[in-house]
Design a protein around this ligand. Structure first.
Ligand SMILES: [Zn+2]
Length: 270
């Protein structure tokens, strides 16, 4: 019996060896120490930023009890708006014919990641609106494959100050940078390989927008958004893979998401 099992194991391991020798194995890449994960999500807790009048993240019930054998048992229940913290907007959010969260395919959620860092042009100005001319120098042929593009406005550093992050004014007006209709039209017409647009602010549209043009144009083209991306850690502009994991809400117009970049490790310069 054991000889038989050992024979199977030997055959199996030599098969694995052949696979390793002849093809790139994703597990080997992950374990090679040449790649690192960078978390692009903010945590969900009582400090998570939501728009005014939205259901903030709360634990509606917290249970922790001691068991008869001295161990403990813990279980919580929570409530949250779909659209707060680091989250995905499904196309359905602004397009009744668009996909809901649960239908967005993994092929659109795990794709090359491009970070377009415009933070030096924003220069902490909450009235900044991203137009085409801000991007002319960085649009290049790296856009050939399906990808997610994340615009870095340099806003993540304000995440611990809700007033400043949202630019909260009288009557709950909002004021933070965002993407113009012009840029979203440009993306959806000229860069059809882009499947999602991310921002390190609370909305793809500027905070002061009442028309939500960028949302509408993107949703009409089937794009999703990722909002409140955490860009407090440096992320290479090119070469990383986006792993966007929203909670699989069947009817979701949006969903809290874990957003991670898988990036080649920077080589130590000697
Ligand atoms: Zn949203």
């Amino acid at each position: 019996m054991f000889t038989y099992l050992r024979a199977i194991l030997i055959i199996y391991s030599s098969f694995l060896y052949l696979v390793d020798a002849n093809s790139q194995n994703i597990n080997d890449l992950l374990l090679s120490d040449n790649y690192e994960f960078i978390d692009l999500s903010h945590p969900f807790d009582g400090n998570t930023i939501y728009w005014p009048n939205k259901q903030s993240f709360v634990y509606s019930k917290k249970v922790i009890k001691e068991m008869d054998d001295g161990t403990t048992y813990a279980e919580n229940e929570f409530a949250t708006s779909e659209h707060g913290g680091t989250h995905l907007d499904a196309p359905y959010h602004f397009n009744e014919k668009g996909e809901r969260v649960g239908l967005i395919s993994l092929e659109k959620l795990i794709v090359p990641l491009i970070i377009a860092d415009v933070s030096s042009q924003v220069n902490d100005d909450p009235n900044f609106v991203l137009y085409k001319h801000h991007l002319d120098h960085m649009i290049n042929d790296n856009f050939g494959k399906p990808c997610v593009i994340v615009f870095k406005f340099g806003w993540s550093k304000f995440i611990h100050n809700r007033q400043q992050y949202l630019g909260l004014g009288a009557n709950n007006t909002l004021n933070f940078p965002g993407v113009s209709a012009e840029v979203m039209e440009w993306i959806t017409s000229s860069y059809k390989n882009i499947v999602g647009v991310g921002v390190d602010v609370s909305s793809v549209d500027p905070g002061s927008s009442t028309s939500f043009s960028a949302h509408k144009i993107g949703a009409a083209a089937g794009l999703y958004n990722i909002e409140n991306v955490n860009l407090n850690r440096p992320v290479p502009e090119y070469g990383c893979t986006a792993i966007v994991m929203p909670m699989k809400l069947t009817e979701g117009t949006g969903a809290p998401a874990r957003f991670v970049a898988l990036c080649p490790k920077k080589k130590q310069s000697s």
